[in-house]
Write a protein that binds this ligand. Sequence first.
Ligand SMILES: N[C@@H](CCC[C@H](N)C(=O)O)C(=O)O
Length: 326
Amino acid sequence: MKVTVKKVHGSGNDFYIIDEMLLSEALPEEKRRQLALTLCDRQQSLGGADGVLYVSPSKTALARMRVINSDGSEASMCGNGLRTVARYLAEKHQLTDFTVETMKAILKVSEDEPLAEGIPTYRVEISPVTFAKETLPLVIDGEQLYDERVPAFSEQLHYSAVAVPNPHLISFVEGADFADQEKLARWLNSDNPYFTDGVNVSYVRRFSEDAIFVKTYERGVGFTNACGTAMSASSLMARLIHGGDFERKIDVYNPGGRVQCQVYREADTYRIDLIGNATFVFEAELVISADAKAVTVMSQTTTAEQIAYERMAQQAAQFVEAQSSI
Ligand SMILES: N[C@@H](CCC[C@H](N)C(=O)O)C(=O)O
């Protein structure tokens, strides 16, 4: 079977986009999962990825996006991925504002002002937001986990759990206190009594009211350069716990660069806009074996977009470095 893939990234969180509407035959569900496992393998000749974004027809929006993590599990949402799918669909249909169907919500997306020179930038809606423990799911005594100490997680840190709608556990840390993050995240993404479906675990440093740094261990992947829904959830928690005007942009630094988030409060509901790069790295024509375990690259065309992106990412890294020495 022939498949065209687009290698893309949002803040270095990288994916292959596969437009199922361009395939000559339908992809059975098991093949979709196996193809994601094969393509995401970092030893694979195209370099692997954090996930695959399948684009398919929708009755309620311009198109539908499904997110398969590198371990083959499906996620309800992907913020960085949605920006790249938004750009893909915008260019395909010559549109700037439209909606995309995701597993649990139909979300607004639009083209935005470039984050820096030469960087195609998209704004995507992150919602619905809920703290209800059943939605995560999270097993605890109270109704929600909001800025609380959980001795089983850490003796010192406070944690909040929020679904946007994929599940996130967030803790604000001092300095470079990231030491136990991996151990905790690995535990909460294996057999554990708290997060029965696993959780994305983010440790957040606060530089100022409007600037934070977020490092995320993603469910189904491991540490990534950035996680869009995690940066959105962290921005929400920054406003709720540490204050600052809702709707004012927050610069969110991450190991892969920088994005911006705007948190909106309407009565007692919240939504977040995530704004950042939607970078196309290359397009490749592939032949996939019948069991989807082998891929042959027929052709590959690389763009020059990564150069502008790396310039911005380097500036972001210098800013983070400077904050660390304060
Ligand atoms: N990288 C994504 C989130 C992808 C899904 C996540 N690993 C999960 O399983 O919930 C993002 O940018 O939001």
